[in-house]
Ligand binder design. Sequence first.
Ligand code: ZN
Length: 68
Amino acid sequence: MPARPPEKAGSAGSAGKLSAKRCPICGKPALEAAKPFCSDRCRDVDLNRWLSGTYAIPGKPDADEDAD
Ligand SMILES: [Zn+2]
């Protein structure tokens, strides 16, 4: 059995390994400069989705916590 370094879940730092992250917008391999997107363009698309309310925010009811 070959000795293997323990694989951690999540970011594993810079161990010389290519990140297999893919752009959530178009599915292309993510670019280091635009992580986690493949380009500034896709990052912009994602941002616009947020701004236009495409993304739902679960666990955030419109309750009046401030009500006294
Ligand atoms: Zn993309």
